[in-house]
Ligand binder design. Structure first.
Ligand code: NDP
Length: 288
């Protein structure tokens, strides 16, 4: 069965639209998300455009601050601090990756943790680890929401996550192995140093893949009946397409779908959920 992230995210966006109407009338203004974009990374341009479009759809005021790729750390720091002090700004998002000369870890820490809708400050990561999350990064949050809405129970099941990034695999492993609602799974977190990856993936009831390379996983590595969540977004050459490329995930979809009981497509799986859950985090930021 296909996990239709596009449709599920649409439902969430509808729910959020009405939630945000209520918030707007209570606050006397729309929730405010400030996005900071430095440089002109083409993928970031696309992501930012999608985020702003989603803001408009649900009734959030999305504001973009652009900096030249040569911007200094001091300039960004001062802009973030101004936004921290502005009571009308609810959420602040620093679009990653940053140009090489900027230290993203350092700059993220300047964001007021109560406005850190990406959930990347040390304070918010700490809260997540301690089992008392405030902002959960949008992609893990979206994956959990997909799993919940598909009626999948995680308690006691083997979850294998391939990829330990700070924005996907690691937070997800903490949540799913925790004691919160729909968690209590036995989680294995794999990475590029994992020996014999197949030994782990073939034991997974739920397999989540976020490696950033196409075909990391194929059908032969998946247990029959497993639930497969593919986070990856990779451009591969395809001369049959007008653009000359198509998007694929980190999982070889055709072979995986013959083994999986449920699987997310790429595109149309985790991607739209990430955007919807960012909107949910902005909504939450108005309540802090
Ligand atoms: P990173 O690129 O930051 O890290 C990749 C992780 O995968 C690392 O932990 C790496 O191991 C591990 N890895 C890489 N190759 C292998 C392999 N062959 N076997 C086992 N582990 C491997 O990951 P992200 O999570 O940021 O991004 C991954 C993908 O997901 C990208 O394609 C990105 O575009 C996409 N993405 C999609 C989102 C969405 O909304 N759909 C949101 C975020 C990301 P090590 O740590 O040892 O280097």
């Amino acid at each position: 069965m296909l996990i239709d992230g596009k449709q599920i995210s649409k439902n969430i966006m509808e729910e959020l639209s009405s939630e945000i109407k209520t918030i707007t009338s209570k606050l006397g203004r729309a929730p405010y998300l400030s996005i900071i974009l430095i440089g002109n990374n083409p993928a970031s341009e696309v992501y930012v455009r999608e985020k702003l479009k989603a803001c408009k759809y649900v009734g959030i005021f999305g504001n973009l601050t652009r900096f030249d790729s040569s911007a200094s750390e001091e300039e960004i720091e001062s802009d973030i601090k101004k936004k921290n002090d502005n009571k009308d700004v609810d959420g602040i998002l620093l679009q990653l990756p940053l140009p090489d000369h900027l230290d993203s870890e350092k700059l993220i820490e300047f964001i007021d943790p109560n406005k850190d809708v990406d959930g990347l400050t040390t304070e918010n990561i700490g809260l997540l680890v301690s089992g008392n999350p405030r902002f959960v990064p949008a992609t893990p949050l979206g994956i959990i929401e997909l799993i919940n809405r598909m009626g999948v129970e995680l308690k006691g099941r083997n979850v294998v996550i391939v990829g330990r990034s700070k924005i996907v695999g690691r937070p997800l492993s903490i949540i799913m192995s925790g004691k919160g609602a729909n968690s209590n799974a036995t989680v294995t977190l794999c990475h590029s140093w994992t020996s014999n990856l197949i030994d782990f993936t073939s034991q997974a009831d739920v397999l989540i893949v976020s490696t950033g390379s196409a075909n990391t996983i194929n059908g032969s590595m998946i247990k029959k009946g497993a639930i497969v969540i593919d986070v990856g977004i990779n451009k591969i050459e395809d001369q049959t397409k007008k653009s000359g490329y198509r998007l694929v995930g980190d999982v070889d979809f055709d072979s995986a779908k013959t083994k999986a009981s449920m699987i997310t497509p790429v595109p149309g799986g985790v991607g739209p959920m990430t955007i919807a859950m960012l909107m949910k985090n902005v909504s939450l930021s108005t309540q802090l």
